[in-house]
Structures are given as structure tokens and as C-alpha cells.
Design a binder for this molecule. Structure first.
Ligand code: SF4
Length: 387
């Protein structure tokens, strides 16, 4: 019979304290653990339901488990070590930015955007017959980031460490709990576009996706992962039976500009990234998104729009473009694009037959907007604090 030793081996050498966290274990791992305690497999389901549907954050509160089992789990050091919101910043536009602490107290940023992220909604969205809440949660996958995009505040942190599957999924559950979201009724989009490059933490990221889909009941078709263009990650995503939509953080219409603002391009050229994305077996009406941050005077000319049109036309899959006017951040020497330039750029794409949407900037005043996530606690005053 598989025992805890097997489970520990499954968890790839993590420290004992982290291993004894129930939150983040898969159904299979929890089943092994329950079996080791002489418990039937359905105990794993009860635990998952408590953690992901009822959003119970302490083992003592899981009333579906027998008292004796809870006691023995606690005595052996097991906990529900879900990530905690330790600081909240609220924007005038309703956006909330959270500092969320993982098991070692390191924080990442998670953002709640009521009403969506301002880009067009999912292709499968219908008009609501009844009032439901819409919101988008922007989720981090690493503490800091190694990719070093020149326009991004997170890049200034460098990579501190990867998040575990539990820490990635835990951000979402903590925010759902804070916002009293009713999964199934409220329309919640998840975008894995916070701190970090998800495909440089692929296994934990995908394990979190599976937990959020299978155990929390969130729809994979409402999830989008954004990559800076890690080709092996895109190819792996193409083989996943359950996966988010794909967005490529392109930001330039050619390799020369891209290399100047995103050094990762030295490793994977635009053509290779687009070809890899073409491997995805798309769902009906699904498109791959090109994310394009407009930097004033760098990549926002009409000639750049025309080059982008050419890329979209030669892509082996249907694409759409999300435009983001660059958000200023301390210590980054780029210029915001002029509003008329942004409008002209978008119109050029549309006129040439490429669907193009302008993402509304959200939470600029609290550094919650795209490319601004850097745990900027000292640079602004918290509007509210929680926990
Ligand atoms: S834009 Fe994304 S991939 Fe690039 S440095 Fe920032 S967090 Fe990393």
C-alpha cells in the first residue's frame, strides 16, 4: 500500500514543512495520503470540496472529516496552508491589488478587476439573461521573473523563486473567498499574467490549473495563460487535455524590436513562437491572442501595425490582438503612447482584417495595471488593509 514516504517522493524534494500542506495536493496525492491513514478514497474528495468549494482555510473547520482523523492529521503536522491576503490596495476604478503570502511569507501580487480586464470578453460569452457579476483575476506564477522584459516592473525583482501549485491556486481561492464569488453563477475569468513566466514554472502552473478546473469548478475556457514566448512550454500546452487559452506577449512586430525590449527573443524568434502556437488544437471559435504593449515611439507606428498584420495573416491559426497602452512605472524609461496613436494603430489592424481590442488600463493608481506588479508597498499608501 502506498504510504506517506511515497507521497513525499511524489512531491519532489520539498521541505517537510511545505510537504505537510494539504492545499495544493492533487486528488491522487490526497487519496494516497488518506489511504496511509487507513481512510477510504472519498475522504480526499471531502478535503478537496472543503478547500476549493467551501474555501475552508483550516483543518479544524472541515466538519465533513471525522473528528478523530482531523486530530491525527493535525498531530502529524498537516495543515491547510492556503496563501493569505496580507495587504489590499483599492483603486478608484474598483480594481483591488493584493499582496498574497505563500508558505515562507514571500509575497506575490494578485489583482481583482470587477467587470473584466477591459479587453473583449471570451468568444463563448453570451448576453446575460440575468444579472451576474463579471470579474477577472490576474494571477502570479513566480515570485519575481527572470525574463527581463525592459518595460516591466516585475523584471526589476529578478526571479526569487517558483510558486507551488498550491500557492498559484491559493491566490485564486483567497480572492474568490474575499469577494464572496459564486462559482457557476458569477462570470470569473482568470488570466495568468501576473508576476512571473508561467511556462518557466510549467508543472506547478498546470497542476494549479487542474485544481482550479477539477476541484474549484472554474471553466478552462475562461482562463488565459500569457507567455513571453517559451516555445517548449507552448508545445507542451498543445498536448494538455485541460488547458487555458493561449496569449503570446508579443509586443513587437519583428525580431529586432522584440530583442531590444524582450531579450528572451534571442532564444526563440517570433516565427518559431507563432509556429509552436499553431500546434494548439483550438476549441471552436478559439483564437490565440497576441498581447501587444504599445511603447511610445518604439513599436506604435503604422508601419509596425502593418508588420503585425503580416504576422497575423501568416500565422497558421486564427489570432486576435489585445493592445495595451504602456503603463508608466518608476525607473523605466519608456514613454506612454499618444492616445491618437493608439487609436490609429488599432484602426489600422481592424481595417486590415485583424481583430484588435484595446485593454482598458485598470488600477493604474495602485500599480495594478499590466507590467506594474512589483510589490510596490513603499511607493503608495495602502487604501485598506486586510487580515
Ligand atoms: S512582462 Fe511578464 S515575462 Fe516579462 S518580465 Fe514582466 S512578468 Fe516577466
Amino acid at each position: 500500500m502506498p504510504g506517506r514516504e511515497n507521497l513525499v517522493r511524489l512531491l519532489d524534494g520539498a521541505a517537510e514543512a511545505a510537504v505537510k500542506n494539504l492545499f495544493g495536493l492533487s486528488r491522487q496525492q490526497l487519496t494516497v495520503l488518506m489511504s496511509d491513514f487507513g481512510q477510504p478514497a472519498y475522504r480526499a474528495g471531502q478535503l478537496l470540496d472543503a478547500m476549493f468549494r467551501q474555501r475552508i482555510a483550516s483543518l479544524e473547520g472541515v466538519s465533513t472529516l471525522p473528528r478523530g482523523l482531523r486530530k491525527v492529521l493535525l498531530e502529524e503536522g498537516w495543515t491547510i496552508g492556503r496563501s493569505r491576503i496580507v495587504e489590499t490596495f483599492r483603486s478608484v476604478d474598483g480594481t483591488e491589488r493584493y499582496l498574497v503570502a505563500g508558505h515562507d511569507g514571500q509575497t506575490v501580487e494578485t489583482v481583482w478587476m470587477p467587470g473584466g480586464d477591459g479587453a473583449e470578453r471570451g468568444d463563448d460569452d453570451a448576453v446575460d439573461g440575468e444579472a451576474t457579476r463579471r470579474a477577472t483575476i490576474c494571477v502570479s506564477s513566480q515570485v519575481g521573473c527572470a525574463v527581463n522584459c525592459q518595460f516591466c516592473l516585475t523584471a526589476k525583482l529578478g526571479l526569487q523563486r517558483n510558486l507551488s501549485a498550491g500557492e498559484i491556486a491559493g491566490q485564486v481561492i483567497a480572492v474568490l473567498e474575499r469577494q464572496a464569488v459564486q462559482v457557476g453563477r458569477d462570470r470569473i475569468n482568470l488570466v495568468f499574467m501576473g508576476m512571473g513566466e508561467p511556462f518557466l514554472n510549467y508543472d506547478e502552473f498546470m497542476a494549479a490549473v487542474r485544481l482550479l478546473v477539477n476541484e474549484a469548478g472554474l471553466a478552462e475556457s475562461r482562463m488565459t495563460v500569457s507567455t513571453s514566448g517559451i516555445v517548449p512550454g507552448i508545445l507542451r500546452l498543445a498536448t494538455e487535455p485541460v488547458r487555458p487559452r493561449l496569449a503570446i506577449s508579443l509586443n513587437a512586430p519583428n525580431d529586432a524590436i522584440r530583442e531590444a525590449i524582450m531579450p528572451i527573443t534571442r532564444k526563440w524568434k517570433i516565427d518559431d513562437v507563432i509556429l509552436a502556437a499553431g500546434q494548439l488544437p483550438l476549441r471552436p471559435r478559439e483564437r490565440v491572442t497576441f498581447e501587444y504593449v504599445l511603447l511610445g515611439g518604439i513599436n506604435d507606428g503604422l508601419q509596425h501595425a502593418d508588420e503585425l498584420v503580416a504576422l497575423a495573416r501568416k500565422a497558421p491559426m486564427p489570432v486576435k490582438v489585445n493592445l495595451i497602452a504602456w503603463n508608466p512605472g518608476p525607473g523605466i524609461a519608456y514613454a506612454m503612447p499618444a492616445p491618437e496613436q493608439v487609436a490609429a494603430f488599432q484602426q489600422r489592424l481592424i481595417a486590415r482584417g485583424v481583430p484588435a481590442f484595446l485593454r482598458r488600463p485598470r488600477g493604474r493608481d495602485i500599480y495594478a495595471a499590466c507590467g506594474q506588479l512589483k510589490r510596490t508597498v513603499s511607493e503608495i499608501q495602502p487604501a485598506i488593509s486586510s487580515q
